[in-house]
Design a protein. Structure first.
Length: 61
């Protein structure tokens, strides 16, 4: 999935602003990735956990 979160100028990774941006991006990703079984499977395939046939990859067996 492509990220649609706007990139901001460099922030200190430990700053409250960076944390807020991460939380927002994580919530959006989770919302989209768990919308349906098909959307979840698409993410799992993209991350290399499942094959296109729907089987676990060797690494996760």
């Amino acid at each position: 999935m492509k990220s649609r979160v706007k990139k901001s100028p460099l922030l200190d990774i430990g700053s409250p602003e960076a944390l807020a941006l991460f939380e927002k991006a994580a919530k959006e990703f989770t919302r989209k990735a768990t919308r349906s079984k098909a959307a979840a499977m698409k993410v799992l395939i993209a991350e290399g956990m499942y094959t296109k046939a729907g089987n676990l990859t060797k690494r996760y067996r």
